[in-house]
Design a protein. Structure first.
Length: 427
């Protein structure tokens, strides 16, 4: 045993111990010389400590196969430098858990165990398809996978003294699938699409996404880790049914930033109902009046429908469209938490003295991320544009500020104005 390398992560600290490989274990796909592979292989022990309790939660062995003879001293857990080769993780009982294929230090394929039956079936399918190098797995979504056979050997000696004979001995065969994501066009996409939990790392079979052994939390693409002891029980459901191409582009931009929206709303308004508890349907319609940009309606419980005016909004700036979508999502969120008075304005929020200021700051930032060239005053005005129904529109703004907000919003709504503002998708 040599030195210990420490890698601190969010919830875990990983202690990496370099081991002497007494049996010179080698994992081979049969294509390489086993003796040469042993020179390019390295074995490490990993111990994972819970940062909160300071207790060791689990451990594993990390087997590194280095194709291009990079310096092993620079290669560590999730810090692979320019590694070309494989990293395979085994639990402390020696059972393979998962692995990764690296190209120039970046993951190119994810390895998971499969059965010999699946391995033979995929090879049969490949031959039937003319020998294609990769085969799309059934029910695998946008993944392109192939299979491989990994044979494990160890160096052993028989006899004693001058009669001793040493050679490589076969230990076992494992079968794995090796997958990468592909876009609908067939192009490669980022590998973390298929490994959102622990990209490049070890993940015990019995551990959930909240790092709890035998836990029940699950990972979702939209909401991250939910259930179990995360404190999050629901996941935001959004159904998008927008036909107009201009509106659709801005809706997609908003939905791609749903993590930003979630943080913006939850951190601003707090309470028991969270953004991820909502069920939103967003669609466009030609049935709204010419004075209405959009409307929101509660369907039932925490289910809401947002209707975007197809006759009006596509003629406004992209910045205005996006701010309108953000505001309608805000209205659904407020509707789930608050009640309205007889004047149609939300009540019971006056006690949140700085709520409006905080929301405006976050909303302004979200617009500037989406549109880097928008001015601070425009982003500020568009952010206030959806808060007319809150008491803050009158209590926290002067007449001059409200006039400025109206003027800047109008210049984003009418391209025919000589002093119009924003970018437009329709000529």
């Amino acid at each position: 045993m040599d030195k210990v390398y420490i890698n601190s992560e969010d919830k875990l600290t990983v202690y990496e111990v370099e081991l002497v490989n007494p049996k010179a274990l080698v994992v081979s796909n049969g294509a390489d010389n086993t003796a040469q592979q042993s020179i390019r292989s390295h074995l490490r022990l990993l111990l994972f400590e819970d940062n909160a309790t300071k207790a060791i939660k689990f451990g594993c062995y990390m087997f590194i196969e280095n194709d291009n003879e990079q310096d092993f001293k620079k290669i560590h857990y999730k810090e692979m430098q320019d590694l070309d080769g494989k990293v395979i993780f085994y639990d402390l009982n020696g059972k393979m858990a998962n692995g990764w294929v690296y190209s120039k230090g970046k993951v190119s394929l994810q390895m998971t165990l499969t059965t010999e039956k699946n391995y033979l079936q995929m090879n049969q399918n490949r031959r039937a398809n003319g020998g294609a190098g990769r085969e799309k797995l059934m029910n695998a979504g946008d993944l392109e996978c192939n299979t491989a056979r990994l044979d494990t050997y160890f160096w052993g000696c028989i006899g004693a003294g001058s009669q001793k004979t040493c050679s490589w001995h076969f230990k076992e065969t494992k079968y794995v699938t090796m997958c990468r994501p592909v876009s609908p066009s067939g192009d490669e996409t980022t590998i973390d699409y298929i490994a959102p939990l622990d990209y490049g790392g070890y993940w015990p079979e019995s551990m959930d996404c909240n790092y709890v052994i035998n836990g029940s939390a699950i990972y979702t693409e939209d909401c991250g880790c939910i259930g179990g002891n995360t404190g999050k029980s629901n996941c935001l459901i959004i159904v998008e049914n927008v036909k107009d191409s201009c509106l659709k582009a801005q809706v997609n931009l908003a939905l791609n930033a749903k993590t930003t929206i979630r943080e913006m709303l939850n951190s601003t308004f707090g309470g028991t109902v969270m953004f991820e508890d909502l069920e939103l349907t967003i669609r466009d319609t030609t049935n709204l009046s010419n004075t209405t940009d959009a409307e929101m309606q509660r369907l039932s419980g925490l289910a809401f429908e947002i209707r975007l005016n197809q006759n009006k909004l596509p003629n406004t700036s992209k910045e205005y469209m996006l701010s309108t979508i953000y505001h309608e999502i805000l209205h659904a969120y407020l509707e789930s938490k608050l009640t309205k008075g007889v004047d149609g304005r939300y009540i019971n929020i006056d006690q949140h003295e700085e709520m409006a200021n905080k929301y405006i700051i976050l909303m302004t930032g979200a617009l500037k991320i989406a549109f880097p060239n928008i001015s601070d005053s425009e982003a500020w005005a568009l952010s206030w544009g959806g808060l007319e129904e809150t008491p803050f529109y009158t209590t926290k703004l002067t007449d001059a500020q409200r006039l400025q907000i109206t003027g800047l919003n109008d210049r984003h709504k009418n391209k025919s104005l000589t002093n119009h503002l924003g970018t437009y998708c329709k000529p």
